[in-house]
Ligand binder design. Structure first.
Ligand code: FEO
Ligand code: CA
Ligand code: CA
Length: 648
């Protein structure tokens, strides 16, 4: 999401709060292209890109000797086998011929067949909401229940509920803020765990002891250098809640990672004498909160309860198989506006990539200190033992991971850093100090299943630091990729390239996408086991569909598939009006794909009227299309009619 999607007047993601002088990737890319590139037939071609990519053009070609083999779609078959769907502006889901899309667990669905029923006038109470699926589905993972084919027919679906649209959440909107409304909003946030089963190609939620909601008031604990008794975490109330859970991760030991993104936006104050500390300002904390919970709940008043802020900005580990377990905020992974936490494994150790989604922020990775199985055998969490790094992209196509480790480089006592907990509580400032490279809003990360190359969506950026990255401004975003040295994701150096520039060649001739497959603002990203790269888009609601912003050919937000070896991109799904497409999971057999449709019907400039309590369906009525109802975020289940592998 962008906060612009909540309140059209301001998008904090688009406004940098990074005052450091660190070089942007735009500066790096420009310098690199000018040094290393040759012009052929008017096309800028990287002379020696690590994957032989046509840097900055949107096309990527496999180079001789590229160790990265393309995916295995079957002998002689192309990786992408489906028929592309056209861009569209209809209020529905569109998938390729031969595919079906089924709506599952929309906002308000009771967790149990005996639970409180969804009320389409939004009159469910906070207590009801705490027993129902939350609002605004986002990152998601599927945990098979059972081995072999059984594990593709039943499992736990775990998904984030990133934020709430208060115009749709309450029958009378949010002109007046009350404690009851804050409580309902908190109950609509967090994570859902639901058991789902498949019967003859249809999936349904079933009653289960695993079904669970984690909300903005669920008890939480802390682990790692910022432990539960750290003074910065001390407040009147016990630690509770997770908020703005955007993307996610999944560990090899079977837990789920929910990430806290725009947590600052929940805090504010009416105390006109309050001023943010430099640390708070670096995270964008201000007196103004678009949610205005602070008006009714002192927990969110920064003048009254400043340490509550320190409890957010973390990666939260949840064990979906233990419904009584307390979620753990794993502080060794840093405190930023975490988009996601993509976990991969190298030489037995875990590596977790996590982007900080704001204009001019950084990409981080955490590398485990020892093989995760060994740490688990010693009853230690692999997420508590390791080093956090931040990326520096050099202008020669190489890069380096810089440690955020107390006592290393500038992060010393003499430099004003008390200890490792201090470094982590102020992760952004630590990354500034070591000289990380600014990026255009780092979103999701995906690791190729065989080459282990790492792909990162940079959704869009202002071009705020004067140089092109690789274009200025960057309204459409791009995808950067890198290969860690020796294909070892724990390595501290890498070679990078630009996989593609998003956008529309009708407006930007640098874009090499075919007119049939144009898209903007790549955000969600994931590989399937065959190596198809799935791309989900989040063009902001102020820009979607608008010709005056170069988005009329792009249509509603969507999902596409790319072949990383050839650079071919093909549109796979178009979402309903005003939504973003986000969240990606598949069954092990790849014959079911789960995708989330978030915030259908949100205030979208192109459609004129914004949803109001009187007319919640002003932009969209998806998925119920009930004139007396309201749009609802939901999971969509994609299957092939012939039961085949998705994407073939
Ligand atoms: Fe929650 Fe950066 O998207
Ligand atoms: Ca996102
Ligand atoms: Ca986004």
């Amino acid at each position: 999401m962008t906060a612009e999607d909540i309140r059209p007047a301001a998008d904090p993601d688009d406004i940098s709060s990074n005052p450091s002088g660190n070089a942007t990737l735009r500066e790096v890319a420009e310098a690199r292209l000018s040094r290393r590139s040759v012009i052929r037939g008017g096309t800028v071609v990287a002379a020696a890109g690590f994957i032989g990519a046509v840097a900055g053009t949107g096309t990527a070609m496999a180079a001789p000797g590229n160790p990265g083999k393309p995916g295995k779609p079957g002998k002689g078959k192309k990786l992408l086998g489906f028929q592309a769907v056209p861009a569209g502006t209809d209020d529905k889901i569109v998938v390729p011929p031969g595919y079906t899309a089924q709506v599952l667990i929309p906002w308000g669905t009771p967790l149990s067949s005996r639970g409180p029923k969804w009320r389409k006038d939004a009159s469910n109470s906070a207590a009801d909401q705490a027993k129902q699926i939350g609002m605004h589905h986002d990152g998601m993972a599927f945990f098979p229940l059972g081995a072999g084919p059984l594990g593709s027919r039943q499992g736990l679906l775990v998904l984030n509920h990133e934020y709430v649209d208060q115009a749709l959440l309450f029958p009378d909107g949010d002109a007046q803020m009350t404690k009851a409304k804050v409580d309902k909003a908190l109950a609509a946030h967090g994570v859902s765990v639901v058991k789902i089963v498949q019967d003859k190609g249809r999936w349904k939620q079933v009653d289960s002891r695993y079904n669970r909601r984690i909300t903005g008031t669920t008890p939480m604990t802390f682990s790692g250098p910022v432990g539960p008794r750290h003074p910065a975490l001390k407040a009147e109330n016990a630690p509770m809640g997770t908020l703005n859970n955007c993307s996610n991760g999944q560990t090899p030991w079977g837990t789920y990672l929910a990430c806290e993104e725009n947590w600052n936006s929940y805090f504010g104050t009416t105390d006109s004498s309050w001023k943010p500390t430099p640390q708070q300002a670096r995270y964008g904390v201000s007196a103004n909160s678009s949610y205005r919970w602070h008006e009714a709940d002192p927990r969110f008043d920064v003048a009254v309860n400043p340490n509550e802020l320190n409890r957010f900005g973390w990666v939260v580990e949840i064990d979906p198989f233990d419904p009584k377990s307390t979620p753990v905020k794993r502080t060794a992974l840093g405190r930023i506006k975490h988009e996601g936490a993509t976990v991969t494994e190298s030489r037995g150790r875990i590596v977790v990539y996590t982007g900080d989604d704001q204009d001019g922020e950084y990409i981080y990775k955490f590398v485990g200190s020892a093989p995760w199985r060994l740490l688990r055998a010693l009853r230690k969490s692999p997420l508590d033992h390791g080093t956090l790094y931040v990326a520096k992209f050099n202008d020669d196509g190489t890069g380096r991971w810089l440690p955020l480790k107390h006592g290393t480089g500038p992060l010393t006592k003499a430099g004003g850093w008390a200890d490792q907990a201090d470094v982590l509580l102020r992760t952004r400032e630590a990354a500034d100090a070591v000289g990380a490279t600014k990026l255009d809003r780092p979103e999701w990360v995906a690791v190729h299943p065989r080459t282990k190359d790492v792909y990162l969506t940079l959704t869009n950026g202002s071009g705020w630091n004067n140089k092109v990255n690789p274009r200025k401004p960057n309204p459409y975003g791009h995808i950067v990729r890198w290969r860690e040295r020796g294909g070892d994701n724990t390595a501290l150096t890498f070679e990078w390239d630009i996989f593609l520039l998003a956008g529309d060649p009708a407006y930007d001739p640098q874009v090499k996408l075919s007119p049939e497959d144009v898209f903007g603002s790549p955000d969600g990203l994931g590989f399937d086991r065959d190596g198809r790269l799935w791309i989900q888009t989040d063009v902001s609601n102020s820009t979607q569909n608008r010709p005056d912003r170069g988005h009329d050919n792009i249509g509603n937000n969507q999902m596409l598939a790319a072949d990383p070896a050839t650079g071919e991109v093909r549109r796979f799904l178009v979402g309903p009006r005003g939504c973003e497409v986000t969240g990606f999971a598949m069954t092990p057999d790849q014959r079911t794909m789960f995708v989330n449709i978030q915030h259908p019907g949100e205030d979208t400039a192109f459609w004129g009227a914004a949803p109001t309590p009187q007319n919640p369906n002003a932009v969209s009525s998806w998925p119920d299309h009930d004139p007396a109802g309201r749009p609802r975020s939901a999971t969509v289940v994609i299957r092939k009619k012939d039961g085949g592998v998705i994407g073939t």
